[in-house]
Design a binder for this molecule. Structure first.
Ligand code: SF4
Length: 202
């Protein structure tokens, strides 16, 4: 059986497959302002006690797993409304491009559905900056995207090949910019032979 895929790896893969490989294959990690803020937001979400108020039980840092879908991780917050779990993911900054946050949240829901034998139609992303939560419906397309991304992560970890850099605006906010060197020259173009080319030809 395949190793379960980390929920965080799904988010990294959607954001940038190369970032996912650097973190989960090469075990690179660096902090920048974005990751430090995100870390503090997650720590706040995980701190404090589980509590019950107004009929809602709040569980923090709940370990999540799905044997059926091969996923594992830890939630920020799970709210139990009349026993039905609803995942809430805490985010410090603006929404990540390409539905990275939504995929991570829906993957949590797939775990919770299996753990609680429940159907979860939607969850929430809480934006710490605005103190607002945004509802994310778990549509069939989003659920299918989670499984497709999981397969992409599995292929990446199995093949152990570092994907090419995105080299676009994602890199500006990426904490692994220095390790990745996304704009560094990499390979000579096809047909280019540096030993038979004169300086004038370059
Ligand atoms: S610097 Fe750019 S290409 Fe490199 S890992 Fe980050 S987002 Fe991906």
């Amino acid at each position: 059986m395949d190793e379960p895929v980390l929920l965080s790896a799904l988010q990294h893969f959607v954001f940038c497959p190369r970032q996912c490989a650097l973190i989960h294959l090469e075990h690179e990690w660096s902090e920048n302002a974005h990751t430090t803020r995100g870390q503090q937001t997650h720590e706040r979400a995980h701190s404090g006690q589980n509590e019950a108020r107004d009929g809602v039980t709040t569980l923090r840092a709940l370990p999540l797993t799905s044997r059926q879908h091969g996923l594992t991780g830890v939630s920020d917050v799970v709210e139990l409304h009349a026993g039905r779990p609803i995942p809430v993911e805490y985010k410090s900054g603006r929404a990540k491009p390409r539905l990275a946050d939504e995929v991570q949240l829906c993957a949590q829901a797939l775990c919770l559905e299996e753990m609680f034998d429940a159907t979860i139609p939607a969850g929430f992303i809480y934006h710490a900056g605005s103190h607002k939560r945004r509802e994310v419906p778990f549509t069939p397309d989003l659920r299918a995207a989670v499984l497709a991304v999981r397969d992409g992560v599995r292929d990446l970890l199995r093949d152990r090949v570092l994907p090419p850099p995105a080299a676009d605006d994602r890199c500006e906010r990426c904490s692994l910019f220095d390790e990745c060197e996304p704009f560094a020259p990499r390979a000579f173009p096809p047909g280019y032979d540096p030993f038979s080319t004169t300086l004038e030809d370059r």
